[in-house]
Design a protein around this ligand. Structure first.
Ligand SMILES: Nc1nc2c(ncn2[C@@H]2O[C@H](COP(=O)(O)OP(=O)(O)OP(=O)(O)O)[C@@H](O)[C@H]2O)c(=O)[nH]1
Length: 332
């Protein structure tokens, strides 16, 4: 490679020397450690050494080549993080090996001297020096390991945020977004496997009055109490959801309407007995809820199931609250 051929993204970078004419020692360069320095030096002798100013881009996706920092520092801006490349370290190995364009961008962080090795010469170095090949493998192995760690961290973080976006902040129950995502799948599975699927809709009674009397914050606490009560009373395969406001929902896969009605009766009783405030200086407020139960019928979808439970809940309210109403059985 001649000096005047060295450009990055078509912008020429100042060329100051060849490697043979610089004072830098081969032993200081990571890739050439423990190699036969004399033969490597001979191969590198004519390689250009460039001077990049701070901010200069020194990578070119169109031309795979190795860039080794002799002095100064580079920033390697990958997809999600920036790595510093310090004297003795290199970049661009992977694109040289597989001939693919490198998505990352190398930028000089300060005035830097760089040794540039084109792909053809890099392959000659690998062919002629076992030491270079070994160093390259070791380097790539470190990078793969680091990339895997990053990937696992990102997966965990993604899972954390996914959980966060699917749960209601006040009660910790699943939220409406979760319901919209999961209930259609549960109904489809129930139809496909001919297994029953039941849904209980419940609504705290006279909750407006509760808020008016005890304040919104204690109203929130009552909602949390009711939610805890639901979550602790259900099987691991059931789901508790905050449908909205003071309306909660329980989804019971593999459960017939009559069993679901029994579960709703048990929840109704527990709700009546629930102690909202642990602080005995406050009068224990009375908290009840009304329940509507429905079981998925033939040809019904998730909306039909919710509508049926909602209609039953409305009847439980109309009949005096603090009770369970069951939707008429749809053809199963
Ligand atoms: N504290 C608190 N209150 C809420 C929350 N979400 C909804 N509410 C209240 O719940 C009350 C619901 O009132 P209504 O829909 O009139 O029903 P209700 O008073 O429970 O009467 P019935 O359902 O007919 O028994 C409203 O006052 C809402 O402000 C919440 O997150 N926290």
């Amino acid at each position: 490679m001649r000096y005047d051929e060295v450009t990055f993204r078509n912008a020429p970078v100042k060329q100051i020397s060849t490697f043979a004419a610089t004072p830098h020692a081969i032993a200081d360069l990571q890739l050439f450690r423990d190699t036969d320095h004399a033969s490597v030096a001979a191969l590198l002798a004519a390689c250009p050494v460039l001077l990049a100013d701070a901010g200069d881009t020194v990578s070119d996706p169109a031309r795979p080549r190795l860039v080794i920092v002799l002095r100064g520092a580079l920033a390697d801006a990958g997809e999600d993080a920036t790595t510093r490349i310090l004297p003795g370290e290199s970049a661009g190995e992977q694109s040289v090996l597989d001939g693919e364009a490198d998505a990352s961008t190398l930028t000089a962080l300060e005035e830097s001297e760089l040794l540039v090795i084109d792909a053809e010469l890099a392959w000659r170095l690998i062919d002629e020096s076992d030491g270079v090949a070994r160093n390259l493998l070791r380097l790539l192995s470190f990078r793969i390991r680091a990339a895997n760690v990053k990937l696992r961290r990102r997966q965990k973080l993604g899972e954390f945020y996914r959980q966060l976006s699917m749960n209601d902040g006040l009660t910790g129950l699943y939220n409406r977004a979760w319901l919209n995502d999961v209930l259609p799948r549960l109904t489809a599975t129930a139809h496909a496997t001919r297994a029953p699927l039941s849904l209980i809709m419940l609504d705290l009674d006279h909750f407006k009055q509760f808020n008016d009397r005890h304040g919104h914050l204690l109203g929130d606490q009552a909602l949390r109490t009711a939610s805890r009560l639901l979550a602790s009373a259900l099987r691991p395969t059931d789901f508790a959801v905050r449908y909205g406001g003071e309306e909660l929902m329980v989804i019971l896969p593999d459960t017939s309407g009559s069993i679901a009605a029994g579960v709703a009766e048990r929840l109704c009783e527990r709700m009546r007995e629930a102690v909202v405030f642990g602080d005995m200086r406050l009068p224990l407020p009375h908290m009840t809820a009304s329940f509507g139960v429905a079981c998925l019928g033939l040809g019904q979808d998730d909306h039909d199931l919710i509508d049926a439970a909602d209609a039953a809940l409305y009847r439980a309210k109309a009949a005096g609250r603090d009770r369970v109403a069951v939707a008429p059985a749809a053809p199963a």
